[in-house]
Design a protein around this ligand. Structure first.
Ligand code: NAG
Ligand code: NAG
Length: 497
């Protein structure tokens, strides 16, 4: 057992774990190109047909279904002409050459509807950059990572706002930072780490742009979609918008920015409190708690992965079973943990995904934090009654998390599994054996919330989860499973944040 780490180190390590998928996405080879677009069902439907013909023409090897739904129409092409030409391609499948000729005739490259945008607040080595990092190697590496902002910052081409029906890409008002590779567009929860990184890089204006794009999406859709594509508008992602706004406010003190974003936070909160996401559960003492779950508004294959989803569903026989599976797949994508045995009744079988019947530790903690953040901002801008209301809501959710999800034998919070034979209406009765005793990083997310408090506790006298010593030790053991390489990264990154 290594010396017990300090709490904030654990939390940074946890953040790093969450960051890894993003880092690995950044380090993947750059994608061929890009095309994104629109809003119109018609274009998306056409692109899905192109996708399935392409699968027949090119074969399943190295096939990326997302590429096809990202294609914008070529400047001189119409959707009707592209549809007609698709219908006249040779059957049962065109050759590779015929397929490629068709695509380049009627479509522009995927990603070409995003244009380069030099972030004006980028400096090669910003003043006061990572003052605590002394190792020359670590500094050089951090500056390389920092320089990636220049590659990943774009703007949505003006043509997208003018003719949205020619793109699956959604138009956004400000500069965007994309994860990179095949992820050519903005993503919701990835943006949280993008913002954290931009703040480390002192790129405050870009961080505000990234966040205000999400605010714009809430104004338009009532929630932040999974990503800025028409095919992502039927599900959200882990709700970290309030965290982005808080972190930017703590770094800049910009009240105009807070006032601008505030109404969207209220709107997003209503989305997560709405019937789709709400679950009522009665604890052992007869208290009823309202909690939240992931649930996408979708029961078809995900357009960006349709060929994969259909293949997985092929062993299910009834239409109802397929729809239920597609619904769970999309709901799992909403969780940001796509995919993990965490959501499966049988960890070896993807078709047993049951995400919408699970009360997740992380989601409820994120919403608790959202409620605390809203209470804080409301007070800041002089909206005391709203502040009171959200302060009460956060206390209620804190109690709910402690009663429904805490497990004192295991010294951690556990996901709660609802019976799948109901439709999640009415009030569930809490049963001790319905907690999922498997250990996931998400079981420790409430500890992250405490770290968020430490800098704020003087301003926000709100409840804090008390981490049991056993819980911290367990968390450390869990992290050790990830091996030495992460400890090495941790060592250098531990001082960054
Ligand atoms: C999908 O989302 C769009 C935009 O938010 C909405 O208009 C549509 O009704 C949704 N579809 C379903 C099946 O809920
Ligand atoms: C739970 O939500 C329902 C529906 O929104 C509401 O009527 C009820 O008062 C809430 N219960 C608690 C304990 O907050």
């Amino acid at each position: 057992m290594p010396p017990p780490p300090r709490l904030h180190q654990l939390l940074v390590f946890f953040l790093v774990l969450l960051l890894l998928p993003l880092l690995s996405a950044i380090h993947m080879a750059p994608a061929a190109s890009a095309g994104e677009g629109g809003v119109e069902e018609a274009l998306l439907g056409l692109l899905q047909r192109v996708q399935s013909v392409a699968l027949r023409a090119l074969g399943a090897r190295d096939f990326d279904p997302k590429l096809y739904v990202d294609l914008p129409l070529a400047a001189d092409a119409s959707a009707a002409a592209a549809a007609a030409a698709l219908a006249s391609l040779p059957r049962p499948a065109p050759s590779r050459g015929e397929m490629e000729a068709y695509i380049s005739r009627y479509f522009a490259p995927a990603g070409s509807d995003l244009v380069a945008a030099d972030p004006p607040d980028f400096e090669r080595e910003p003043r006061g950059f990572l003052p605590k990092v002394e190792s020359a190697a670590a500094r050089a590496w951090a500056l390389e990572v920092h320089a990636l902002w220049k590659d990943l910052t774009r703007r949505v081409a003006p043509a997208v706002a003018v003719r949205p029906e020619r793109h699956t890409l959604l138009s956004l008002p400000g500069r965007v930072v994309v994860p990179g590779s095949r992820f050519r567009e903005v993503y919701y929860w990835d943006s949280y780490w993008v913002v954290r990184g931009l703040l480390v890089s002192k790129m405050y204006e870009t961080a505000k742009d990234v966040t205000l794009n999400l605010v714009y999406l809430v104004e338009k859709y009532g929630f932040v979609p999974n990503g800025a594509r028409s095919y992502y508008t039927n599900r959200s992602q882990p709700p970290l918008l309030s965290s982005m706004i808080l972190d930017i406010y703590m770094a800049t003190g910009d009240m105009v920015f807070v006032r601008r974003a505030f109404p969207s936070l209220l709107k997003e909160h209503s989305f997560w409190m709405s019937e789709v996401h709400n679950v009522a559960i009665m604890d052992n003492h007869g208290h009823v708690h309202n909690m939240s779950r992931y649930q996408a508004m979708w029961n078809k294959p995900r357009p960006e992965s349709a060929t994969i989803d259909e293949e997985l569903a092929s062993k299910l026989t009834s239409t109802a079973a397929k729809e239920q599976f597609y619904h769970q797949v999309a709901s799992t994508a909403e969780s940001g943990w796509d995919f993990s045995s965490r959501w499966m009744r049988d960890s070896t079988d993807m078709t047993t995904l049951t995400t919408s019947y699970i009360i997740p530790v992380d989601l409820n903690t994120f919403i608790l934090k959202m409620e605390q953040d809203i209470a804080f901002f409301a007070k800041l801008i002089g909206e005391s009654p709203i502040s009171e209301r959200f302060s009460e809501a956060s206390k209620a959710r804190y109690d709910a998390i402690e009663s429904v999800l805490w497990n004192s034998d295991m010294d951690q919070w556990l996901d709660y599994w609802l019976p799948t034979d109901g439709n999640c209406q009415g009030i569930y009765l809490w049963k001790p054996n319905s907690q999922n005793r498997a250990i996931f990083a998400s079981n420790f997310v409430p500890l992250w919330l405490n770290a968020q408090h430490s800098g704020l506790s003087c301003r926000r006298p709100l409840p804090v989860f008390v981490p049991m010593p056993g819980c911290i030790a367990l968390f450390w053991e869990y992290l050790k499973l990830y091996g030495n390489i992460y400890q090495h990264i941790f060592h250098d990154l531990g001082v960054l944040f």
